[in-house]
Every structure is written in structure tokens, then in C-alpha cells.
Design a protein around this ligand. Structure first.
Ligand SMILES: Nc1ncnc2c1ncn2[C@@H]1O[C@H](COP(=O)(O)OP(=O)(O)OP(=O)(O)O)[C@@H](O)[C@H]1O
Ligand SMILES: [Mg+2]
Length: 247
């Protein structure tokens, strides 16, 4: 039987702490709410925290899949709105870079996932070989950028490396932690000015998320901000991004 076509999207960044895991978890919740069956793969293999964002404690994780001690259905955790989470492990540095055999085991497991609409992959920051690998297996890549000048330069570096190593030419950009859309578009323009000059890539502005104190309040309580603050400006902005994703 043919499986329903699904979309694998990777959320990545140059600089750390720009909001990738926060976007992945809350995006999955909104997509689940839209009746889209959604999986999350926590691909921050040595410092994963998606389970924590959902206020859950994982029993097994990707490590158990890769070493063959567990099957994928034993590793998957059920979150709210039917979201399925494949958690990572925290503090196991040996998984910072998977070898070819480990990648192949993981990919084979992912191929056995039940039907779904989206698989959202949360990566670690930067340009490790894992990050390059997880970006290469996705249909769509989203680079998260913030107004921090280091984030803008590091995003350029990540786009450069990913385009050179994977041949990808299209990148989606989400601008996080901005005052408003005007600031987001200004930051997007800054990075496009550089990529247009030096790289053969196309950047697509996908949306922005405002700097919103509700995000920190919810995160500290290990709650999803889209659920805890459904009327916040951040929730409205991420809903727009998800609407764009499903159309
Ligand atoms: N729009 C926002 N407004 C306010 N705080 C935010 C926003 N987005 C994310 N944050 C906060 O920023 C911090 C970092 O977020 P998160 O852990 O999702 O980043 P990350 O990119 O996944 O980090 P890492 O690279 O370490 O994996 C968290 O405390 C989160 O609550
Ligand atoms: Mg993260």
C-alpha cells in the first residue's frame, strides 16, 4: 500500500539559542490542532530538549534506536494534539556526529513511521556533520534568524555550507525575537543582500515571531506557549507561519 505523501522539514540555525526547539514544539502543536498528523524528530542528538519542552520525560530515545535495543514504536512518545515525538538524549557527546552506519539505521527506522503529514526535525545549532545530514534529508529547510548580529553572520555561514555540501538552493527564513514585521523584513533584507552577492541560493521569507515575554513564562513552566497563551502575538505569528505551511 502506498503511504500518504508527507513533508519533512528541518528547523536549523547558525547561532544557538535562537528559538529552534521552541518553534518546532509549538509549530507541531498548531499543526496537530489543524488535524495534520505530525512527528517531531529531536535531532539535537547530544543536547536534545524537545521532551522537556512538552513537560514530558522520555523513557527511550534515538540512542536506543541507533544501538538497536529498541524499535521506533517503543521510542515514540505521544504528545498533545496527537503529536508523536522521537526524543533525543541529553549529555551523550558520542552522538554529536553519527557515522554512516548509525545514519542508515536511523533512516531505516524513520522509513517505517506510520502515515503522517509532517515530520519536523529540530537540529542543533551550527554546521556539524549531523546538521548537514539532517538538512539534506528534508524537503524544506527553515533557517531561524534573530536580530543579533552574530545570528545574521552565522546564518550566512550555515546557508553557505548547506548549499555547498547538499546542493540545496532554496532556504526558508523565519525571523524570531523581533519587535514587529518591519524589523523582521529589515533583517531578512540584510541577509539576502549578502547571499545574493556571494551565493547561488534563493531565500524565501516565511514569517516572523515577535519577542514575547509570554514565551519565556510558558517555557519555564514547561508548557507550550501556543497552548498557554493562545491569544499572544507570538501565537498569532506562528499560526500564520503554519497556515502558510499547510497551503
Ligand atoms: N520569540 C521569542 N520571544 C522570547 N523568548 C523566546 C522567543 N523564542 C525563543 N525564546 C526563548 O529563547 C530561549 C532559547 O530557545 P530555544 O531553546 O528554542 O532555542 P534553540 O535555538 O533551540 O537553542 P539551541 O541552539 O541551544 O538548541 C528559550 O528560553 C525560549 O523560551
Ligand atoms: Mg534547541
Amino acid at each position: 500500500m502506498l503511504k500518504k505523501p508527507h513533508k519533512t522539514i528541518t528547523i536549523t540555525s547558525g547561532k544557538g539559542g535562537v528559538g529552534k526547539s521552541s518553534i518546532v514544539s509549538n509549530m507541531a502543536y498548531l499543526l496537530g490542532n489543524m488535524n495534520k498528523s505530525t512527528f517531531i524528530l529531536d535531532a539535537d542528538l547530544s543536547l536534545g530538549n524537545i521532551d522537556i519542552m512538552f513537560g514530558m520525560v522520555s523513557k527511550f530515545n534515538v540512542k536506543d534506536l541507533i544501538d538497536g535495543s529498541r524499535q521506533i514504536d517503543e521510542v515514540i512518545m505521544e504528545g498533545p494534539c496527537g503529536i508523536k515525538i522521537i526524543p533525543a538524549t541529553s549529555g551523550v557527546s558520542e552522538f554529536a556526529n553519527l557515522d554512516t552506519n548509525e545514519r542508515s539505521i536511523l533512516l531505516t527506522s524513520l522509513r517505517t513511521l506510520p502515515e503522517h503529514d509532517f515530520l519536523i526535525v529540530d537540529t542543533s545549532a551550527g554546521i556539524s556533520s549531523n546538521v548537514v545530514y539532517f538538512n539534506s534529508m528534508s524537503e524544506e529547510v527553515f533557517v531561524v534568524i534573530t536580530p543579533d548580529p552574530a545570528s545574521i553572520t552565522d546564518s550566512y555561514a550555515v546557508i553557505k555550507v548547506l548549499s555547498k555540501k547538499t546542493g540545496r538552493k532554496d532556504f526558508n527564513v523565519i525571523v524570531n525575537m523581533v519587535k514587529d514585521e518591519k524589523e523582521a523584513l529589515g533583517i531578512f533584507k540584510k541577509i539576502v543582500n549578502v547571499t545574493d552577492r556571494f551565493l547561488d541560493v534563493y531565500l524565501y521569507y516565511f514569517g516572523f515571531i515577535p519577542l514575547d515575554k509570554n514565551i519565556n513564562i510558558a517555557t519555564r513552566k514547561q508548557r507550550l506557549w501556543v497552548e498557554y497563551f493562545p491569544d499572544s502575538s507570538a501565537t498569532r505569528a506562528l499560526t500564520q507561519i503554519c497556515n502558510r505551511l499547510v497551503t
